[in-house]
Write a protein that binds this ligand. Sequence first.
Ligand code: ADP
Ligand code: NA
Length: 321
Amino acid sequence: NTEKKLDVICLGAAVVDIPLRPVSRDIFDIESYPVDRIAMSVGGDAMNEATIISRLGFKTGIIACIGDDAAGQFILRSCEKDNIDVEGIKIDPTIDTSMNIGLVTDDGERTFVTNRNGSLWKENIEHVDFEKMKQAKILSLASIFNCPLLDGKTLVKIFKEAKAAGMTITADMIKPRLGETLDDIREALSYVDYFFPNFDEACLMTGETEESKVADKLFECGVKNVIMKIGKRGCYIRNAAGAMIVPACKGVTAIDTIGAGDNFASGFISALLQGKDIRDCGIYANCTAAISVQYVGATTGVRNKEMVEEMLEKYKKDYIL
Ligand code: ADP
Ligand code: NA
Protein backbone atom coordinates (compact mmCIF):
# COMPACT_ATOMS: atom_id res chain seq x y z
CA ASN A 1 0.00 0.00 0.00
CA THR A 2 1.11 3.51 -0.76
CA GLU A 3 2.07 5.64 2.21
CA LYS A 4 -0.67 8.14 3.07
CA LYS A 5 0.33 11.78 3.46
CA LEU A 6 -2.46 12.57 5.90
CA ASP A 7 -4.11 10.64 8.72
CA VAL A 8 -7.49 12.34 8.46
CA ILE A 9 -9.31 14.62 6.06
CA CYS A 10 -12.34 16.43 7.50
CA LEU A 11 -14.99 17.32 4.93
CA GLY A 12 -17.68 19.84 5.78
CA ALA A 13 -18.10 23.33 7.08
CA ALA A 14 -15.46 25.88 8.06
CA VAL A 15 -17.13 29.09 9.19
CA VAL A 16 -16.69 32.11 11.43
CA ASP A 17 -18.72 32.48 14.61
CA ILE A 18 -19.38 35.79 16.32
CA PRO A 19 -21.03 35.20 19.69
CA LEU A 20 -22.74 38.21 21.26
CA ARG A 21 -23.40 37.86 24.96
CA PRO A 22 -25.20 38.80 27.02
CA VAL A 23 -28.10 40.25 25.05
CA SER A 24 -31.68 40.61 26.24
CA ARG A 25 -34.87 40.12 24.30
CA ASP A 26 -35.49 43.90 24.15
CA ILE A 27 -32.32 44.49 22.12
CA PHE A 28 -34.26 46.58 19.58
CA ASP A 29 -35.48 49.00 22.25
CA ILE A 30 -31.95 50.13 22.96
CA GLU A 31 -30.15 52.47 20.59
CA SER A 32 -26.66 51.11 21.08
CA TYR A 33 -26.45 47.76 22.72
CA PRO A 34 -23.28 47.03 24.72
CA VAL A 35 -22.00 43.48 25.16
CA ASP A 36 -18.90 42.23 26.95
CA ARG A 37 -17.00 41.18 23.88
CA ILE A 38 -17.34 40.97 20.11
CA ALA A 39 -14.75 38.80 18.43
CA MET A 40 -14.56 36.25 15.65
CA SER A 41 -13.79 32.63 16.32
CA VAL A 42 -13.58 29.76 13.88
CA GLY A 43 -16.36 27.22 13.82
CA GLY A 44 -18.09 24.70 11.65
CA ASP A 45 -17.91 21.02 12.43
CA ALA A 46 -15.15 20.12 9.94
CA MET A 47 -13.08 23.02 11.24
CA ASN A 48 -13.65 22.06 14.88
CA GLU A 49 -12.85 18.42 14.27
CA ALA A 50 -9.73 19.11 12.26
CA THR A 51 -8.49 21.49 14.95
CA ILE A 52 -8.89 18.96 17.76
CA ILE A 53 -7.53 15.96 15.82
CA SER A 54 -4.47 17.98 14.82
CA ARG A 55 -3.89 19.01 18.45
CA LEU A 56 -4.14 15.35 19.44
CA GLY A 57 -1.13 14.71 17.24
CA PHE A 58 -2.36 13.54 13.84
CA LYS A 59 -1.77 14.88 10.34
CA THR A 60 -5.05 16.50 9.45
CA GLY A 61 -6.51 18.31 6.47
CA ILE A 62 -9.79 20.03 5.65
CA ILE A 63 -11.96 19.99 2.56
CA ALA A 64 -14.32 22.96 2.57
CA CYS A 65 -15.09 26.08 0.60
CA ILE A 66 -14.64 29.65 1.76
CA GLY A 67 -15.10 33.02 0.11
CA ASP A 68 -12.32 35.32 -1.06
CA ASP A 69 -12.83 37.52 2.00
CA ALA A 70 -11.51 38.46 5.44
CA ALA A 71 -13.49 35.73 7.18
CA GLY A 72 -11.98 33.16 4.82
CA GLN A 73 -8.48 34.48 5.56
CA PHE A 74 -9.23 34.23 9.27
CA ILE A 75 -10.08 30.53 8.81
CA LEU A 76 -6.87 29.91 6.84
CA ARG A 77 -4.80 31.61 9.52
CA SER A 78 -6.41 29.52 12.23
CA CYS A 79 -5.60 26.37 10.24
CA GLU A 80 -2.00 27.50 9.98
CA LYS A 81 -1.80 28.03 13.76
CA ASP A 82 -3.15 24.55 14.38
CA ASN A 83 -1.03 22.91 11.73
CA ILE A 84 -3.95 21.87 9.50
CA ASP A 85 -3.38 21.14 5.80
CA VAL A 86 -5.44 23.67 3.78
CA GLU A 87 -4.75 22.41 0.26
CA GLY A 88 -8.30 21.04 0.21
CA ILE A 89 -9.87 24.39 1.08
CA LYS A 90 -11.31 25.92 -2.05
CA ILE A 91 -11.58 29.69 -2.28
CA ASP A 92 -14.73 30.46 -4.27
CA PRO A 93 -14.88 34.18 -5.15
CA THR A 94 -18.59 33.95 -5.93
CA ILE A 95 -19.62 33.28 -2.30
CA ASP A 96 -19.27 34.83 1.14
CA THR A 97 -17.64 32.79 3.86
CA SER A 98 -20.46 31.84 6.22
CA MET A 99 -20.54 33.87 9.42
CA ASN A 100 -22.88 32.94 12.25
CA ILE A 101 -23.85 35.66 14.70
CA GLY A 102 -24.95 34.00 17.93
CA LEU A 103 -27.11 35.97 20.35
CA VAL A 104 -27.01 34.53 23.84
CA THR A 105 -29.07 35.71 26.82
CA ASP A 106 -27.87 35.68 30.41
CA ASP A 107 -29.87 32.52 31.10
CA GLY A 108 -28.39 30.69 28.14
CA GLU A 109 -31.17 31.10 25.60
CA ARG A 110 -29.73 31.52 22.13
CA THR A 111 -30.54 32.29 18.54
CA PHE A 112 -28.37 32.55 15.45
CA VAL A 113 -28.36 34.95 12.55
CA THR A 114 -26.93 33.17 9.51
CA ASN A 115 -26.28 33.97 5.87
CA ARG A 116 -28.55 31.78 3.77
CA ASN A 117 -26.24 32.38 0.81
CA GLY A 118 -23.03 31.75 2.74
CA SER A 119 -20.40 29.10 2.02
CA LEU A 120 -22.05 26.54 4.27
CA TRP A 121 -25.16 26.58 2.09
CA LYS A 122 -23.22 26.69 -1.18
CA GLU A 123 -20.62 24.02 -0.53
CA ASN A 124 -21.06 21.24 -3.09
CA ILE A 125 -19.25 18.40 -4.81
CA GLU A 126 -17.47 20.86 -7.15
CA HIS A 127 -15.54 22.07 -4.12
CA VAL A 128 -14.35 18.56 -3.23
CA ASP A 129 -10.78 17.82 -4.29
CA PHE A 130 -10.83 14.04 -4.62
CA GLU A 131 -7.08 13.72 -5.04
CA LYS A 132 -6.59 15.61 -1.81
CA MET A 133 -9.19 13.48 -0.07
CA LYS A 134 -7.43 10.27 -1.06
CA GLN A 135 -4.21 11.43 0.61
CA ALA A 136 -5.76 10.53 3.97
CA LYS A 137 -6.41 7.23 5.76
CA ILE A 138 -9.72 8.40 7.25
CA LEU A 139 -12.48 10.52 5.73
CA SER A 140 -14.51 12.31 8.39
CA LEU A 141 -17.79 13.72 7.10
CA ALA A 142 -18.72 16.45 9.55
CA SER A 143 -21.67 16.51 9.45
CA ILE A 144 -24.39 14.92 7.33
CA PHE A 145 -27.11 17.60 6.68
CA ASN A 146 -24.88 20.53 7.67
CA CYS A 147 -24.09 21.53 4.08
CA PRO A 148 -27.43 20.79 2.36
CA LEU A 149 -25.92 20.47 -1.13
CA LEU A 150 -23.83 17.55 0.12
CA ASP A 151 -27.00 15.47 0.09
CA GLY A 152 -27.42 11.71 0.27
CA LYS A 153 -26.80 11.10 -3.44
CA THR A 154 -23.72 13.31 -3.43
CA LEU A 155 -22.37 11.58 -0.34
CA VAL A 156 -22.71 8.21 -2.07
CA LYS A 157 -20.46 9.49 -4.88
CA ILE A 158 -17.91 10.82 -2.41
CA PHE A 159 -17.97 7.72 -0.21
CA LYS A 160 -17.55 5.39 -3.21
CA GLU A 161 -14.36 7.26 -4.17
CA ALA A 162 -13.12 7.11 -0.59
CA LYS A 163 -13.77 3.38 -0.32
CA ALA A 164 -12.05 2.74 -3.67
CA ALA A 165 -9.01 4.46 -2.15
CA GLY A 166 -9.15 2.16 0.88
CA MET A 167 -10.26 4.86 3.31
CA THR A 168 -12.12 4.39 6.58
CA ILE A 169 -15.24 6.58 6.66
CA THR A 170 -16.59 8.27 9.76
CA ALA A 171 -19.58 10.61 9.86
CA ASP A 172 -21.43 12.78 12.32
CA MET A 173 -24.84 14.28 11.68
CA ILE A 174 -26.96 17.26 12.68
CA LYS A 175 -30.70 17.72 12.53
CA PRO A 176 -31.93 17.95 8.91
CA ARG A 177 -32.34 21.54 7.70
CA LEU A 178 -34.65 20.79 4.77
CA GLY A 179 -36.80 17.98 6.15
CA GLU A 180 -34.55 15.19 4.84
CA THR A 181 -35.31 11.72 6.16
CA LEU A 182 -33.43 8.50 6.85
CA ASP A 183 -34.36 7.28 3.37
CA ASP A 184 -32.43 10.18 1.86
CA ILE A 185 -29.18 9.02 3.48
CA ARG A 186 -29.76 5.27 3.82
CA GLU A 187 -27.48 4.35 0.92
CA ALA A 188 -24.78 6.79 2.03
CA LEU A 189 -24.86 5.30 5.54
CA SER A 190 -24.07 1.86 4.12
CA TYR A 191 -20.53 3.12 3.41
CA VAL A 192 -19.98 4.51 6.90
CA ASP A 193 -17.67 2.60 9.23
CA TYR A 194 -18.25 4.76 12.33
CA PHE A 195 -21.35 6.94 12.69
CA PHE A 196 -21.62 9.46 15.56
CA PRO A 197 -25.21 10.75 15.85
CA ASN A 198 -26.43 12.01 19.17
CA PHE A 199 -29.44 10.30 20.68
CA ASP A 200 -31.95 13.09 19.98
CA GLU A 201 -30.94 13.34 16.32
CA ALA A 202 -31.00 9.57 15.97
CA CYS A 203 -34.51 9.39 17.47
CA LEU A 204 -35.75 11.95 14.97
CA MET A 205 -34.14 10.08 12.09
CA THR A 206 -35.39 6.63 13.01
CA GLY A 207 -38.75 7.47 14.57
CA GLU A 208 -37.76 5.26 17.51
CA THR A 209 -37.33 6.39 21.11
CA GLU A 210 -35.73 3.40 22.79
CA GLU A 211 -31.92 3.43 22.74
CA SER A 212 -31.48 -0.11 21.48
CA LYS A 213 -34.12 0.24 18.77
CA VAL A 214 -32.71 3.55 17.56
CA ALA A 215 -29.24 2.05 17.24
CA ASP A 216 -30.54 -1.16 15.64
CA LYS A 217 -32.34 0.81 12.97
CA LEU A 218 -29.19 2.73 12.05
CA PHE A 219 -27.16 -0.49 12.11
CA GLU A 220 -29.66 -2.03 9.70
CA CYS A 221 -28.80 0.74 7.21
CA GLY A 222 -25.39 -0.88 6.90
CA VAL A 223 -23.40 1.34 9.26
CA LYS A 224 -20.57 -0.88 10.54
CA ASN A 225 -20.41 0.74 13.97
CA VAL A 226 -23.10 3.00 15.38
CA ILE A 227 -21.55 5.19 18.07
CA MET A 228 -24.50 7.07 19.55
CA LYS A 229 -23.71 9.95 21.90
CA ILE A 230 -25.92 9.91 24.97
CA GLY A 231 -24.81 13.11 26.69
CA LYS A 232 -23.67 12.83 30.30
CA ARG A 233 -24.19 9.06 30.12
CA GLY A 234 -21.46 8.63 27.50
CA CYS A 235 -22.03 6.63 24.32
CA TYR A 236 -23.98 3.60 23.13
CA ILE A 237 -22.12 1.38 20.68
CA ARG A 238 -23.85 -1.06 18.33
CA ASN A 239 -22.05 -3.25 15.82
CA ALA A 240 -22.02 -6.86 14.58
CA ALA A 241 -20.64 -8.00 17.92
CA GLY A 242 -23.60 -6.58 19.86
CA ALA A 243 -24.25 -3.49 21.92
CA MET A 244 -22.59 -1.78 24.89
CA ILE A 245 -22.63 1.47 26.77
CA VAL A 246 -19.31 3.19 27.42
CA PRO A 247 -20.01 5.50 30.37
CA ALA A 248 -18.96 9.17 30.37
CA CYS A 249 -16.30 10.70 32.60
CA LYS A 250 -17.41 11.18 36.19
CA GLY A 251 -17.41 14.44 38.14
CA VAL A 252 -17.58 16.75 35.14
CA THR A 253 -19.41 20.08 35.43
CA ALA A 254 -20.51 21.00 31.92
CA ILE A 255 -20.63 24.75 31.28
CA ASP A 256 -20.88 24.73 27.46
CA THR A 257 -21.73 21.63 25.43
CA ILE A 258 -21.45 23.37 22.05
CA GLY A 259 -18.94 21.37 20.05
CA ALA A 260 -19.03 18.44 22.49
CA GLY A 261 -20.07 16.18 19.62
CA ASP A 262 -17.23 17.42 17.42
CA ASN A 263 -14.72 16.83 20.22
CA PHE A 264 -16.18 13.38 20.78
CA ALA A 265 -15.70 12.46 17.12
CA SER A 266 -12.17 13.89 17.16
CA GLY A 267 -11.26 11.83 20.20
CA PHE A 268 -12.74 8.70 18.69
CA ILE A 269 -10.90 9.15 15.39
CA SER A 270 -7.61 9.85 17.20
CA ALA A 271 -8.05 6.65 19.20
CA LEU A 272 -8.74 4.67 16.01
CA LEU A 273 -5.47 6.02 14.62
CA GLN A 274 -3.72 4.83 17.77
CA GLY A 275 -5.02 1.34 17.04
CA LYS A 276 -7.27 1.15 20.11
CA ASP A 277 -10.22 -1.26 20.19
CA ILE A 278 -13.73 0.08 19.90
CA ARG A 279 -14.45 0.30 23.62
CA ASP A 280 -11.20 2.18 24.25
CA CYS A 281 -12.05 4.47 21.34
CA GLY A 282 -15.36 5.24 23.11
CA ILE A 283 -13.49 5.96 26.33
CA TYR A 284 -10.99 8.23 24.57
CA ALA A 285 -13.88 10.03 22.84
CA ASN A 286 -15.69 10.53 26.15
CA CYS A 287 -12.51 11.92 27.73
CA THR A 288 -11.95 14.37 24.87
CA ALA A 289 -15.57 15.56 25.00
CA ALA A 290 -15.50 15.82 28.80
CA ILE A 291 -12.66 18.34 28.60
CA SER A 292 -14.44 20.38 25.94
CA VAL A 293 -17.70 20.79 27.91
CA GLN A 294 -15.80 22.43 30.76
CA TYR A 295 -14.83 25.42 28.60
CA VAL A 296 -16.81 28.00 26.62
CA GLY A 297 -16.26 27.43 22.89
CA ALA A 298 -15.83 24.33 20.78
CA THR A 299 -12.04 24.36 20.50
CA THR A 300 -11.08 26.17 23.71
CA GLY A 301 -10.83 23.17 26.02
CA VAL A 302 -8.66 20.57 24.35
CA ARG A 303 -5.24 22.16 23.79
CA ASN A 304 -3.12 19.02 23.49
CA LYS A 305 -2.93 15.26 23.83
CA GLU A 306 -1.61 15.45 27.40
CA MET A 307 -4.92 16.88 28.63
CA VAL A 308 -6.79 13.87 27.23
CA GLU A 309 -4.22 11.42 28.60
CA GLU A 310 -4.67 12.97 32.04
CA MET A 311 -8.45 12.64 31.80
CA LEU A 312 -7.96 9.04 30.68
CA GLU A 313 -5.87 8.25 33.79
CA LYS A 314 -8.64 9.66 35.97
CA TYR A 315 -11.23 7.63 34.02
CA LYS A 316 -9.29 4.41 34.60
CA LYS A 317 -9.11 5.12 38.34
CA ASP A 318 -12.80 6.10 38.58
CA TYR A 319 -13.92 2.94 36.81
CA ILE A 320 -11.14 0.72 38.22
CA LEU A 321 -9.90 -0.35 34.75
P1 ADP B 1 -23.81 16.54 21.02
O1 ADP B 1 -22.85 17.61 21.44
O2 ADP B 1 -23.55 16.05 19.65
O3 ADP B 1 -25.24 16.93 21.28
P2 ADP B 1 -23.81 15.04 23.50
O4 ADP B 1 -24.52 16.15 24.15
O5 ADP B 1 -24.42 13.68 23.62
O6 ADP B 1 -23.53 15.28 21.95
O7 ADP B 1 -22.36 15.02 24.12
C1 ADP B 1 -21.26 14.47 23.46
C2 ADP B 1 -20.36 13.79 24.44
O8 ADP B 1 -19.90 14.73 25.42
C3 ADP B 1 -20.99 12.68 25.25
O9 ADP B 1 -21.02 11.47 24.53
C4 ADP B 1 -20.08 12.63 26.47
O10 ADP B 1 -18.92 11.88 26.20
C5 ADP B 1 -19.67 14.09 26.66
N1 ADP B 1 -20.46 14.78 27.69
C6 ADP B 1 -21.52 15.60 27.49
N2 ADP B 1 -22.02 16.07 28.65
C7 ADP B 1 -21.24 15.53 29.64
C8 ADP B 1 -21.21 15.62 31.07
N3 ADP B 1 -22.10 16.37 31.76
N4 ADP B 1 -20.26 14.92 31.73
C9 ADP B 1 -19.36 14.17 31.07
N5 ADP B 1 -19.33 14.05 29.73
C10 ADP B 1 -20.24 14.72 29.02
NA1 NA C 1 -23.15 16.99 16.95
